[in-house]
Design a binder for this molecule. Sequence first.
Ligand SMILES: [Zn+2]
Length: 194
Amino acid sequence: MSGFASQEYEGIVTCDKDPTNVLRQRTRPIMMDEWDSTHATVQRLLDIRENVLRGGAGLAAPQIGINHPIFIYTPDRTTESLRIVINPSFEPIGDRTIEGYEACFSEPLRCAKLKRWEKIKVIYQTKDGEVVEDVLDGFAAKVFQHEMDHLNGILTIDHKDAEVLSFTNAQSFQDHMQQIHEEDSKRYPRRLKV
Ligand SMILES: [Zn+2]
């Protein structure tokens, strides 16, 4: 079954159906001599976000069954702001954390409340292999850390201190998601003016 009723989507691996265990595997860095392999993965991530999911803050390669350290994310939920991230790593700046709910296309009908670093320094490569360093905070920092977890084989429900909510149907899940978006908009007003 796929689609709205079950919150499962064509081409997305979920924790309920992951025969190769790709969601729980750590990815290894991509070397420059194998860089060509990244193009198809990036295109597939963009296509699935656009045509199947019709949006979303982020999507990582393991979620489409590819064990590569690649993800796409947007700091303000818009398609225009999408960034392509390859071989990323990050470290926290300061020791402040912020707690909030997170949903994930690979964890249907669930949502987890967990802590993330409030501000992080990130380093990654673009699709052309250029190295980018950036400082992220607020919503962007939260999404980046969520997607980094995917590259390390970790789901939100795997976090020891996560408070996991499960929903029995798509409507109650959607209602809760709406609340999360509103909370995020208040918490991160600078980033979410959409
Ligand atoms: Zn996710």
